[in-house]
Every structure is written in structure tokens, then in C-alpha cells.
Design a protein around this ligand. Structure first.
Ligand SMILES: [Cu+2]
Length: 138
């Protein structure tokens, strides 16, 4: 029974821990010398705010929390130290907004890249993100 439970868990594309779930994870990869970007939806089903504080992937030399902003017509991108996932709320990482920035990406289109997110509560969320190219996106 125990083995069966483990196999079922491994078959799920997205893992849930604590009260936060990750859905629709994907990466956009262009070229090895251009940072790749990671996107997903974080949902907090709990009664308390959760705070995303970091991300990591073996496919990236570092994986940072970034936010794109449009400042008077200029597309800007900045590091963000943390992202609040409000109680009973969602935060969407999507092109033009929050994203994971993958430095020195080691991946190719079609790969499934392991990603781990860390919450301030020390909970980690591990999942795999499918890699898409410039044109194709889910
Ligand atoms: Cu960025």
C-alpha cells in the first residue's frame, strides 16, 4: 500500500504541500545565452498568507524571482525579494508580470525541468515545468 501511494504521488505532474498548490507550470526557453523564464499559478487554499521567498532548479545556475513592469512605455524587469500569496487567493506568474528568471539555462524545448519553490514557512514546492520555445506557449 505504501509503495502504491508513492507511485501515485510521483505520477502527479504538480505536487501540493501545505496550503499552496502550483498549477500550469511552464518555461520559455529561447537560447542558452539568454535567461529562460518560468511561469505558473500559485494558489493558497489556507487561511494565512504565504510568502514565496525563493526558487531553484538544477537546469539553471540561479533561478530568481522577477517582475516585469511597463514604466511609461519602457519594459523593465526587477528582482523581487518575495511574493505574497494571499489567503484563499492566487498569484499568477505570466509573461509581462511575475516570472522566474533562469540564468544559464540548461534545457531544450520539450524538456520537463524540475523546479523547487521555497516559502517563508520553509515549506518547499517541487514540480516540473514543461519547456516551450519562443512561438509555442500553452
Ligand atoms: Cu526577469
Amino acid at each position: 500500500m505504501r509503495l502504491r501511494a508513492i507511485m501515485l504521488a510521483a505520477a502527479l505532474p504538480v505536487m501540493a504541500h501545505a496550503d499552496v498548490t502550483v498549477s500550469k507550470p511552464w518555461m520559455r526557453f529561447l537560447l542558452p545565452n539568454i535567461p529562460a523564464a518560468g511561469y505558473m499559478v500559485l494558489q493558497n487554499n489556507g487561511n494565512n498568507n504565504e510568502i514565496l521567498t525563493g526558487a531553484a532548479s538544477p537546469a539553471c545556475s540561479s533561478l530568481m524571482l522577477h517582475e516585469s513592469k511597463d514604466e511609461s512605455g519602457m519594459a523593465m524587469m526587477m528582482d523581487v525579494p518575495s511574493v505574497v500569496i494571499p489567503a484563499h487567493g492566487t498569484v499568477t506568474f505570466a509573461p509581462g508580470g511575475y516570472h522566474l528568471m533562469c540564468m544559464n539555462p540548461h534545457m531544450k524545448v520539450g524538456d520537463n525541468v524540475p523546479v523547487t519553490l521555497t516559502l517563508k514557512s520553509n515549506v518547499t514546492l517541487s514540480f516540473s515545468a514543461k519547456v516551450y520555445g519562443a512561438v509555442t506557449a500553452p
